[in-house]
Design a protein around this ligand. Structure first.
Ligand code: ARG
Length: 589
């Protein structure tokens, strides 16, 4: 279905052509003077030179052609030559009816199947999820849902940090603590125990301990490197222990991500592509791309047009070890082979921008990926505390994700109980969790990803202003009006939208009509914040309309049915949008 602006522009182009001017001049945009008009066209100004005519005359002639237009209720040619436009209520109503009847409210989707891989989450095994992981998970989940809604086949991959020295460190510490375990006995040929010899809390304590020790004790570090080497070379006990580390850690991650309503299709990681590394490196050498520099193996990725220094992409360190970039390159190669994606989107901290720039360039140069696959890095900013400095716990540590969610849920619970004393505690707890998730996610997603933001429990959980709870509150309000309507015997079937009867109603309908334009941009720019801004405007428009309009007490049944139809559509759009942001609304709150 055409976007509303395109439908309007088409009518305007026709008028320009009929008046004898180039139809390209009939481009319409949203008005930047909403007090005067809804849309505007500046084509007469642009055409003045070409036609040697005063713009106001051209505008006047075009306006004349639109006198009987079904699209516009008002076309005013104003000095020095603008066309100020208002759309007709009937046209707007018909447009909304078209959205209602269409799949996805008329959003156009690609005709052939296209595939997108979204690489997000990216936690490191055996380290607790902290506030930094929140953004990757929340933004990535939304980008994934948006791409799916936009009609793409989408694969979400968590890309675990599950390989390298980090694993060797954990194995070393376990060996110190539990040398009696069979994993360290290389002559052991029996079956290893099914149970992991540690719990998740032990694991989370072991890693920082080991990492601290290796910084102080060179012998310990040596040991950790040796263990890493053994793991990477498939020593049986080391692999078995690694399996335990992964399964204990992944079980805990799944629990955490589930709380965030975040779900991955693939649980791959850096380890997944180890089998590809040797051949890939060999090919890069053979192709003349990779060469030795100061002992390391590198690929030059700078380009003539660069305005800043882009260092070479390092493929192997001087000790022959693979790096983060090596596994990322191999992962690109594996994804191309397995899924032939049209787009790969990576969601990480923006401090990794250079890493991805190098990896993307290297992948293209070495032909791991063709020119028709888009590689996109979405870098996000830091989560700060209320003081604007990077978020810290009271004792200076990095806050765990679990605790953040807990804090928000508690505050939400307090607020719900405060306003709803009659609500049973269990219900209030459930609702607090649903609304709490919206508070966190909206608090994050409503900021443009690249910007830093402050994690502000008070603001995020407020029922007023640009917050998740405010959006949910609006949806719940609509649900309750619809329930009342049904209680009075009204049916939600076969309702028909009617042309707006008040300016507030029209304003609400105008917001609804913007949906598919907004969605197109949100997808093209991987920008969930556009959805947030849209539903905030939509919720505001709805609430203004609601305060000015009799709905349930409206006596004219036909009129009432039209209003109810508009409520249903508003609710559906809001619900679709929050689903794309990764949260949902309760039935009451
Ligand atoms: N594990 C990485 C980190 O903690 C993030 C991984 C992102 N994905 C990727 N393909 N590099 O920084």
């Amino acid at each position: 279905m055409k976007k509303i602006l395109d439908a309007i522009s088409e009518e305007m182009r026709k008028a320009f052509a009929e008046a004898g001017y180039d139809e390209e001049l009939g481009k319409v945009s949203l008005s930047n003077r909403p007090d005067l008009c809804e849309y505007q066209c500046n084509g007469a100004m642009a055409g003045a030179k070409k036609y040697h005519k005063a713009p106001i005359m051209i505008a006047g002639e075009v306006a004349e052609k639109l006198k009987d237009s079904a699209v516009f209720s008002e076309v005013n040619a104003v000095a020095p030559g603008f066309l100020n436009l208002k759309v007709s209520d009937v046209f707007l109503c018909d447009y909304l009816k078209g959205m209602e009847a269409a799949d996805k409210f008329g959003l156009e989707t690609p005709e052939e199947e296209k595939t997108v891989i979204v690489d997000y989450g990216g936690p490191n095994v055996a380290k607790p999820l902290h506030v930094g992981h929140l953004r990757s998970a929340v933004i990535g989940e939304s980008v994934k849902r948006i791409a799916r809604y936009a009609g793409y086949k989408v694969i979400g991959d968590i890309h675990l940090g599950d390989w390298g020295l980090q694993m060797g460190l954990i194995i070393t510490e376990l060996q110190e603590r539990k040398p009696e375990l069979p994993y360290f006995d290389e002559s052991f040929t029996g079956e290893y125990p099914k149970e992991a010899p540690f719990t998740i809390s032990e694991l989370e304590e072991i890693y920082p301990t080991a990492s601290g020790k290796s910084k102080e004790d060179p012998a310990y570090k040596e040991k950790a490197m040796e263990n890493t080497f053994k793991l990477q070379n498939g020593v049986r006990g080391h692999r078995a222990l690694w399996d335990h580390i992964i399964s204990v850690s992944v079980a805990d991650m799944k629990r955490n991500y589930e709380k965030l309503n975040v779900e991955f299709d693939l649980w791959n990681g850096e380890s997944t592509v180890q089998y590809l590394l040797a051949d890939m490196v060999e090919e890069m050498k053979k192709g003349g791309y990779a060469y030795e520099s100061e002992g390391a193996l590198v690929v030059d990725v700078k380009e003539e047009s660069d305005t800043k220094e882009i260092p070479p992409c390092i493929i192997l360190k001087s000790d022959g070890a693979a790096l983060y970039s090596t596994t990322d390159l191999a992962t690109i190669s594996e994804r191309v082979t397995k899924y032939n994606p049209d787009i790969m989107i990576y969601i990480t901290d923006k401090r990794q921008a250079m890493h991805f720039e190098q990896v993307f360039r290297c992948a293209r140069k070495t032909k791991l990926v063709g020119d028709d696959t888009k590689l996109v890095h979405i870098g996000f900013g830091t989560v700060n505390g209320k003081d604007g400095k990077p978020f810290k716990t009271r004792d200076g540590g990095v806050p765990r994700l679990e605790n953040l969610i807990h804090d928000i849920d508690e505050e939400m619970f307090r607020k719900i109980v405060e306003s709803r004393q009659e609500m049973p505690e269990e219900e209030a707890r459930n609702i607090a969790e649903i609304v709490g998730l919206a508070a966190i996610k909206y608090g994050d997603l409503s900021n443009q990803a690249a910007k830093d933001y402050s994690f502000d429990v008070d603001r995020f959980t407020s029922f007023e202003g640009d917050t998740g709870p405010y959006i949910l509150y609006t949806i719940v309000r609509i649900k309750s009006i619809l329930a009342k309507y049904q209680d009075q015997g009204g049916s939600l079937e076969n309702l028909e939208l009617a042309p707006a009867i008040s300016p507030d109603e029209k304003a609400l309908m105008m917001e609804i009509a913007k949906f598919n334009t907004m969605m197109e941009t949100a997808f093209a720019e991987c920008a969930p914040h556009k959805i947030c801004a849209y539903i905030y405007d939509l919720a505001n428009a709805f609430n203004r309309f609601y305060h000015e309009t009799k709905i349930i007490s409206e006596e004219d049944e036909a009129k009432k049915a039209g209003l109810i139809a508009l409520l249903v559509l508003t609710k559906e759009i809001l619900e679709t949008c929050i689903e794309l942001l990764g949260f949902s609304a309760p039935d009451r709150m």
